[in-house]
Design a protein around this ligand. Structure first.
Ligand code: SAH
Ligand code: SF4
Ligand code: F3S
Length: 476
């Protein structure tokens, strides 16, 4: 198949290369020729931020003529975009990188690169290089923009490279290879200043850096013009957006400016920090139909004692009163959360306080985590680490409670007509799928491809996590 590209590429090369004086275009054409048979694979771990950064890696590789593939054997470049928020994410990456040793032995030209949060930890680059001497490139989250140059150097010289710098930049203008049409992620800021005592993110992602409002707005405008229908604004704590900018602004203003952009599309945003989530933002969510009535507001724990030890700067009562304010103003608003069990010294009573918040908050969904010790964090040095058995027991009870909350919410959907954005077709199930504005997954059958369209679906079967329904019509 790949050879079929040869005549087309040479034709493009000949006609464009001779004519153009544009250096960038010449470079791109040149890369297309030298890499015309080459393929890449990006393996991503972690949060949406990382998924989005993998789209940038894909963009950099495709600008060099590489083509995306899904198997290790086919690939000429394999990039691991790693996560270290919990131990199992790291183990997973280590296992998968190690598994490539044999392939690299057989195929010497294969370039293996490791980037992402894991490499940004103290001593991690050295550890990676000594554990996996066959890895060619190690790069940090702040060196993503230099990945193309590192790759060129590794290909040209056959030597290994490592580049890890402190996270302190905001790089604009990198190409993307977006993977999630009709949805698109847009960074509004990088880094985190909160230093929750359990969390490694501030150490590996550096201090908060906001993008300029005009850059965010320009990116959203061009995405909408390209036909993207759902934009998710991303930051570790979007509520502190703008604090570092010269121009006085905040997230509520940015969100309103994005919602003023013409066109039919939805807006989501994450994550919010309860300490900074405020009425001004709630009023913006209420004012604009484009902004989904769905707020991700991670509580972490329901115990005031544990919240203090976590350095979260709110109590369970503060938290619940923010949800009350949100629902007083927008009664239908869905709330989702991140919840952790097994933080050092957590007692059964503390855990019961978490269960109590889960009951009161009536979350439409929650990501639940077992606390994982992260070297270099304050909580890692705390006495009173909880044993695995107790953690396991608590996470099971927490998940069961959240499931029962969802089961109780579902019947209200029966017979209702909901507007969903069709995101994909599930080949195995034979159903189209998409989410309503509250984030609920809806499955339906239809004869035509409606991916990327807003459609009305009448719900016929409401399960706890997902809904099934009949297609009614496409919205214009
Ligand atoms: N900045 C976002 C996301 C942070 S990472 C926020 O604050 O909401 C996503 C989630 O991972 C966190 O909300 C937290 O629940 C969980 N997490 C972070 N560090 C963890 C650790 N050491 N062990 C277990 N879960 C952790
Ligand atoms: Fe981690 Fe807390 Fe920052 Fe979220 S807000 S990234 S949990 S330190
Ligand atoms: Fe995300 Fe994991 Fe890094 S959660 S910010 S990829 S440590």
């Amino acid at each position: 198949m790949r050879y079929l590209k040869i005549p087309r590429l040479f034709k493009t090369f000949k006609s464009h290369f001779a004519k153009t004086n544009d250096k960038n275009l010449k470079k791109k054409l040149f890369y297309n020729i030298i890499n015309f048979m080459k393929k890449y694979k990006v393996v991503t771990y972690g949060c949406q931020m990382n998924e989005h950064e993998s789209e940038k890696l894909g963009g950099i590789l495709e600008a060099r003529g590489y083509e995306k593939c899904l198997s290790d054997e086919e690939a000429d470049v394999i990039v691991f975009n790693t996560c270290c928020v919990r131990e199992n994410a790291e183990q997973h990456a280590y296992g998968n990188i190690g598994a490539l040793k044999g392939l690299k032995k057989k195929k010497k030209s294969l370039i293996i690169a490791v980037g992402g949060c894991m490499t940004q930890q103290k001593g991690a680059a050295e550890k990676l290089r000594s554990t996996f001497p066959f890895v060619d490139i190690v790069f940090g989250t702040d060196n993503l923009g230099d990945f193309g140059a590192l790759l060129d150097r590794a290909v040209e010289s056959g030597k290994h490279f490592a580049e890890i710098t402190e996270n302190d930049t905001v790089t604009e203008g990198l190409p993307f290879r977006r993977n999630s049409y009709p949805n698109a992620w847009v960074n509004v800021m990088y880094g985190c200043n909160n230093f929750c005592t359990y969390c490694i993110v501030p150490y590996v992602r550096g201090r908060e850096r906001s993008r300029k409002p005009e850059d965010v707005i320009a990116e959203v405008k061009s995405l909408v013009a390209e036909g993207y229908k759902e934009i998710t604004l991303l930051g570790q704590n979007v509520n502190s957006y703008g604090k570092d900018l010269e121009e006085k602004t905040d997230f509520a203003e940015l969100l309103a400016a994005v919602a003023e952009i013409d066109g039919k599309f939805r807006i989501r945003f994450m994550s919010n920090h309860p300490k900074d989530f405020n009425e001004k933002l709630i009023d913006v969510i209420k004012k604009y139909d484009k902004i989904c009535n769905c707020v991700h507001l991670p509580v972490q724990s329901g115990s005031d004692r544990i919240l203090k030890l976590m350095n979260r700067h709110y109590t369970a009562e503060d938290y619940l009163s923010k949800i009350k304010l949100l629902r007083d103003k927008i009664p239908s608003c869905a709330v989702t959360s991140d919840i952790m069990v097994g933080f050092p010294t957590e007692t059964e009573e503390d855990f019961q306080a978490t269960l109590d918040v889960v009951k009161k908050a009536d979350y439409s969904g929650a990501f639940t985590f077992v606390y994982s010790r992260r070297s270099g964090t304050v909580a890692d040095k705390m006495d009173g680490q909880i044993d695995d058995e107790t953690k396991k027991d608590r996470i099971m009870r927490l998940v069961e409670l959240q499931n029962s909350v969802n089961r109780a919410q579902s019947p209200a959907y029966n017979g209702k007509t909901v507007e969903i954005l069709c995101e994909d077709f599930d080949e195995k199930k034979g159903y189209y799928l998409g989410r309503d504005e509250y984030g609920k997954m809806v499955y339906f059958k239809h004869g035509e491809n409606v991916v990327g369209k807003f459609v009305n679906i009448k719900i016929t079967e409401a399960k706890s996590i997902s809904l099934y329904g009949d297609f009614i019509n496409v919205q214009e």
